[in-house]
Write a protein that binds this ligand. Structure first.
Ligand code: ZN
Length: 242
């Protein structure tokens, strides 16, 4: 059976949990419909996005990283995604040749048909736009025929940005609303795995409900109850305007 959604899917997440809140529904839909999904976490979010873990007595950076790895793997298991951890550090996430080369090699190895990543701007969290910029730069380099690698060049997979925490100040405008009603239960279980940030579960459940209402308002089937919003980076190639 050929998968209904583009596969393999690659999600580039700055920190260990970003992919769950923002793209968990789309990942679950991809795998539920027979596709493959990979998530690369550039860091564990060990310094900046692990408040719950740091509240435990005697915590160390290495222990936080281990906790976040376990949580992310548990969530990935619920969503049916394979995880890669580059462990590049957070707050700040580095830029430069090393992290870029790692991403280029990963893109050439996985040959994704679709890439999801962060918003273009996020003044609250500069690791997020840096991860997005690295992703798009790595896509460009991975396409270059002369890049020295035994792996084949990348094609031109579409790139979508997933929804940031405060879209109004992150230059995020939804271009596409994707129905995640059928997999919302899976997304809830994946979010529940993220015990170090459990304060976000209710927020992202509410957001999915609001995006679902907006999907119906924008002409989607009345059965849609939950949705996720995405923003395009490159133009869509289509036979018709719909
Ligand atoms: Zn993050």
């Amino acid at each position: 059976m050929s998968p209904a959604l583009p596969s393999p899917l690659l999600v580039v997440s700055a920190h260990a949990a970003d992919f769950v809140w923002r793209a968990g529904g789309y990942i679950a839909r991809t795998t539920a419909e027979g596709g493959q999904a990979h998530v690369v976490c550039l860091s564990f979010g060990e310094r900046g996005e692990s408040q719950g873990a740091w509240r435990q007595p005697g915590m160390t950076l290495e222990r936080v990283k281990e906790i976040r790895r376990q949580e992310a793997e548990e969530a990935g298991g619920v969503l049916g995604a394979g995880l890669r951890f580059l462990d590049q550090g957070d707050y700040p996430l580095p830029e430069g040749e090393e992290i870029l080369s790692l991403l280029v090699e990963l893109l050439r190895e996985l040959q994704p048909a679709l890439i999801l990543t962060h918003s273009k701007a996020d003044p609250y969290n500069l690791d997020h736009p840096r991860a997005a910029e690295l992703t798009i730069r790595a896509r460009m380099v991975a396409q270059a025929a002369g890049y020295p690698s035994p792996l084949p060049p990348l094609g031109a997979p579409p790139v979508f940005r997933f929804e940031p925490h405060q879209p109004e100040v992150c230059e995020f405008r939804p271009d596409v609303l994707v129905d995640i009603t059928a997999v919302m239960e899976q997304k809830l279980r994946a979010m529940a795995s993220m015990r170090s940030q459990e304060h976000l579960v209710e927020y992202y459940s509410d957001l999915a409900r609001r995006r679902g209402v907006q999907a119906v308002r924008n002409g989607g089937p009345r059965e849609i109850r939950y949705a996720e919003a995405y923003q395009r980076v490159f133009p869509e190639v289509a036979e018709a305007l719909r």
